[in-house]
Design a protein. Structure first.
Length: 389
């Protein structure tokens, strides 16, 4: 297997800014400090933090196009507003909306809870800001946003295609709006394809990242080196995933998530799930049970059973019935509630045990889930900047 770093050609196709961050620390002083000014000194090594670290805010996006959602658009907007409100009880929420739709978004979302909801006018196409928004990296006194070159999940020319030109520009615009320096990744991917413990371990699926619809000509080793250098990772644990069966090619955030150091929850398909997804789960379980993290710790795998698909019949084949697509915010974990009372209760109990210091907030997101995503897909955290050393 080729263990070389990404080729110069593969880097240059993203422009000079795509050179791995670790290689630029001495020559790239434009990483923003916490106060938004430039350091003028070599940047520290930035690393993608754990989602459970403190946030400054949560970003969301207002679904814009009837051509994507059809008659479900109103219901999807209801779900987005509901999730935004629940999160705003625990931390500030910023909703990205097209300028012509911003007034509607403000009306629909309202002022929010304790920490409020702010609507910013930035053109977008859809709600999946986890994937097209910036992925943040931090170090003591510093923060940067990684633009992962969103290309519509590589679905151009397939039945899964949907407009994404506006979404592809959101990361850069949003980072400029909030005064955070932008690093353009030397790979194509999405935030939902990246899961970390915050201590240098990354979980990812081969199907979503080592895929010619995102990264043609790049080997798995080259993609891994690009991930490590850009996100500050020391180790990548690869799960096989499954390509071509959903719009994301099986993102990791619907399959396996860190809950703390050395602990991973694994989505266990519920009754009625197609065998292809059961095979994905079984392969992932075997890999995780035999893996160690970047610190050399064996992983404890906690299964998170999904609901009975028969109880969600009529919601469509793309309906995402994964509790693993939860979102960790300040003081709370937000998880779907699918209407299977036993499974909903089991998910609540498991996540409460995994996050004992946080409230577990269950939210009905059936409309969002019908589009193949969940709460995690619809959110992106801006982490707080760690105190300078």
């Amino acid at each position: 297997m080729n263990t070389s770093t990404p080729s110069r050609r593969s880097l240059l196709r993203f422009g000079a800014a795509a050179v791995p961050l670790a290689a630029l620390t001495a020559a790239f002083p434009s990483i923003a400090r916490a106060d938004g000014t430039l350091t003028g000194t070599p940047a520290p090594r930035l690393r993608m933090p754990a989602e459970s670290d403190r946030h400054d805010r949560t970003f969301m996006a207002w679904p814009a196009l009837p051509s994507i959602w059809g008659s479900k658009l109103s219901g999807v907007r209801d779900d987005v507003a509901r999730v935004a409100y629940e999160i705003s009880r625990y931390e500030p929420v910023v909703v990205v909306a097209r300028p012509g739709q911003a007034a509607d978004a403000r009306y629909w979302c309202g002022p929010g809870g304790t920490y409020g909801i702010t609507v910013v006018e930035i053109p977008n196409d859809d709600l999946w800001i986890r994937d097209f928004g910036p992925t943040f990296t931090v170090a003591p006194g510093a923060i940067a946003g990684v633009d992962t070159n969103f290309n519509g999940w590589g679905k151009t020319g397939t039945p899964y295609y949907q407009p994404f030109a506006e979404d592809a520009a959101v990361a850069a615009t949003l980072l400029a709006e909030y005064g955070v320096s932008r690093v353009r990744a030397p790979f194509v991917g999405e935030g939902g394809a990246l899961e970390t413990d915050g201590q240098g371990t990354l979980l990812a699926t081969v199907s979503s990242l080592v895929n010619p619809n995102r990264n043609p000509g790049m080997t798995q080793d080259q993609v891994e080196q690009a991930l490590k250098s850009t996100l500050g990772m020391d180790k990548v644990i690869w799960l096989a995933g499954l390509a071509g069966q959903d719009i994301t090619d099986d993102h990791i955030d619907c399959l396996a998530r860190f809950t703390s150091f050395g602990r991973v929850v694994l989505d266990k398909p519920g009754p009625g799930t197609d065998q292809i997804w059961i095979d994905v789960y079984q392969q992932a379980k075997q890999v995780l049970q035999n893996a160690t993290d970047a610190q050399g710790r064996a992983l404890t795998v906690v299964e998170l059973p999904g609901p009975d698909r028969a109880l969600i019949r009529g919601r469509g084949k793309d309906f995402l019935s994964s509790y693993t697509n939860f979102y960790v915010a300040n003081g709370a974990v937000f998880v779907p509630q699918f209407g299977d009372g036993y499974a909903d209760g089991t998910a609540y109990a498991i996540l409460q045990a995994e996050f004992p210091g946080r409230d577990i907030v269950q939210v009905n997101i059936d409309n969002i889930a019908s589009g193949g995503g969940g709460i995690h897909c619809a959110t992106q955290a801006q982490p707080a900047v760690p105190a300078a050393l």
